[in-house]
Design a protein around this ligand. Structure first.
Ligand code: CIR
Length: 254
């Protein structure tokens, strides 16, 4: 059985953190409708949704991906780089506790889940404005004994590693080579985002289907040409909060 933890959008979403983009008003109702479309896309792929209630005091709390890393063997509760986001961790930990042994990243290390990309037994962690070497060392200490290789990757120009690169099939990464270097992912094949769509590298792969935003038509055409099977969702409202499709769920097997 496959489960996704999601959380309803805070009515305070307009007070979200922003790092690389200018503030634009987020239409709350429209964002909620798109979030429901996203949850329905996950359901249509056979995933059971655990939908946590909105946290009115925590503007960014819909982006549950940033507070935990869930692997088959364990879960790691993260210490988000933005202090406003640290109170998001406790409720997600409570939701995960029935399913996994839980470890924790402790200060001074900080890391957002958006900076963590798993490919098989390799865990890539972005060194970004949110995530630090100290946190990477803590992740290594937890995961190397569980047979994972943990590799640090430099990220520039965007918020998170997964703003710049995600997996779109077994051996293929969708990448913005301006923000992250292909050389950091040995043995992988690449599809580059269309240069006119720098934010187009974030996608959620569930089995053989890619959940992909409707906004990036040029990159989408490239993915189609590469034979990638896609489920298209509208995600442009939460994109104004610097969020993309991976950020809104924690998907795991149980
Ligand atoms: C933040 O700056 O933390 C939020 N406004 C956006 C987080 C997006 N999360 C993600 O890409 N994993």
């Amino acid at each position: 059985m496959r489960i996704a933890i999601t959380r309803q959008i805070s009515p305070a979403i307009n007070q979200c953190e922003l790092t690389h983009i200018a503030r634009e008003t987020i239409d709350y109702k429209r964002a909620c409708a798109q979030h429901k479309q996203y949850e329905d896309a996950l359901r249509s792929l056979g995933i059971d949704i655990i939908s946590l209630e909105a946290e009115p005091a925590l503007p960014d709390s819909v982006f549950v991906e940033d507070v935990a890393l869930v692997l088959d063997e364990c879960a790691i509760m993260l210490n988000p780089g933005a202090s406003s986001r640290r109170p998001e961790v406790a409720s997600v930990e409570k939701a995960l506790a029935p399913y996994r042994d839980v470890f924790r990243i402790r200060p001074p290390g900080t890391v957002d889940g958006g900076d963590i990309l798993r490919v098989g037994k390799t865990v890539y962690v972005g060194l970004s404005s949110r995530s630090t070497e100290n946190a990477i060392e803590q992740i290594k200490a937890i995961l190397e004994p569980r047979n994972y290789e943990v590799r640090a990757v430099n990220v520039t120009g965007c918020l998170h590693l997964k703003s710049a690169v995600t997996r779109v099939s077994e051996n293929t990464l969708l990448i913005n080579p301006g923000w992250v270097s292909k050389g950091d992912f040995p043995g992988m094949q690449f599809i580059e985002v269309d240069p006119a769509e720098p934010y187009a590298a974030n996608a959620v792969l569930v089995d053989g289907t890619l959940i992909y935003p409707s906004s990036f038509s040029k990159t989408r055409a490239k993915l189609e040409r590469a034979g990638i099977n896609m489920l298209i969702v509208d995600a442009d409202e939460l994109a104004k909060a610097e969020g993309a499709v991976t950020c809104c769920s924690l998907i795991f097997e149980f």
